[in-house]
Design a protein around this ligand. Structure first.
Ligand SMILES: [Zn+2]
Ligand SMILES: [Zn+2]
Length: 333
């Protein structure tokens, strides 16, 4: 059984299973918890710029290895893991230099390759990271968005600088927490939704409806108005990091970029270093992940879960739980 988005505006739990034999280097993983990401919602709404339907979603996942293919140590069986969903060519200049997040032939599980919103899925063993004891599956499923945020913050030198974040969704709140953990002098996060500002405030953030001026601004919403606010919220000579996924053509106040000597930088995904750091920060509790989980559903209720996730006034991270996975006792919180 697995989730499928056959075309925009529909997601279904199907009887299909990926029962293919494992190829060398592959393992089969039983899903324990899998998150719904803003980019999954882009796929659902037909705004994702880089997918073709049908799409098998799911890239924020924790699970247990249940079968190993040829050339994989049997010791992986039973190990709890989280998935790094990037499928890379391994031979382009970017892969060779270690920056494989911008591989020339990048495919991401859950978008251009089958994902993990399924009872079981197949993955290359090299894409797995062991989860330390004590990290429950739903937190394991948050390692991916935390790695996104760590990579984003690594695109600027936050230490000692003032940082603004536009968009207090999961990624925005994580970026703000990471910037704070890395020594930003002050961190302000803005969102138009009251509920999101309250959540950010409860985590000790300065949360407002309008951004004051900052040396580094992270745009984490992926809309034109948010990018406009991020650029206007930068000090002269400041840096704006584009973290959001822009589902539509987006115009920018180019005159300000020129006149204020701003730097605009993109950030995409992560590499294994960001994953290792994400696991370290989660295990040490330097980053507070569980308050970001607003809803839990069972895997077969994926349709309802997407409906909930689409309501950004009330939903933050919506997580699908396998039957019996820890955390599922608190279903529909
Ligand atoms: Zn994601
Ligand atoms: Zn490559």
């Amino acid at each position: 059984m697995r989730a499928r988005i056959p075309h925009p505006h529909r997601v279904e739990w199907t009887a299909e299973t990926d029962d293919r034999d494992l190829r060398p280097g592959q393992v089969r993983v039983q899903t324990l918890a899998v998150g719904i990401c803003g980019s999954d919602l882009h796929t659902f709404e037909g705004h994702h710029p880089f997918v073709q339907y049908p799409v098998y979603p799911g890239h924020e996942v924790a699970g247990t290895v249940i079968e190993t293919g040829p050339e994989v140590s049997r010791e992986w069986v039973g190990v709890q893991v989280t998935l790094e969903p990037s499928l890379i060519c391994g031979v382009c200049d970017f892969c060779r230099s270690g920056n494989y997040n911008v591989c020339q032939d990048l495919k991401v599980m859950g978008f251009q390759a089958p994902g993990a919103m399924a009872e079981r899925f197949i993955a290359p063993v090299r894409n797995l990271h062991k989860l330390p004891e004590g990290i429950p599956p739903e937190i394991g499923a948050m390692i991916e968005p935390l790695a996104v945020s760590i990579h984003a913050v690594s695109r600027a030198e936050a230490s000692g600088r003032s940082v603004g974040v536009v968009g207090a969704g999961t990624i925005g709140v994580l970026v703000a927490q990471v910037a704070r953990a890395y020594g930003a002098s002050d961190v302000e996060i803005v969102d138009l939704e009251d509920s999101r500002r309250r959540l950010a405030g409860s985590l000790g953030m300065m949360a407002s409806a309008q951004l004051s001026k900052h040396e580094i601004v992270f745009e984490c919403a992926g809309t034109e108005s948010a990018l406009d606010a991020a650029i206007r919220g930068a000090t002269k000579g400041g840096t704006v990091i584009l973290v959001g996924v822009y589902g539509r053509p987006t115009s920018i106040p180019a005159a300000l970029i020129q006149d204020w000597e701003l730097v605009l930088r993109g950030t995409l995904m992560y590499t294994f270093r960001d994953y290792r750091e994400a696991i370290r920060l989660a295990a040490s509790r330097a980053i507070n992940l569980s308050p970001l989980i607003s809803h839990r559903y069972r895997l077969p209720d994926v349709g309802e879960a997407f409906d909930t996730a689409l309501h950004r006034a009330t939903a933050m991270k919506v997580v699908l739980m396998a039957e019996g996975a820890s955390g599922s006792s608190a279903l529909r919180t």
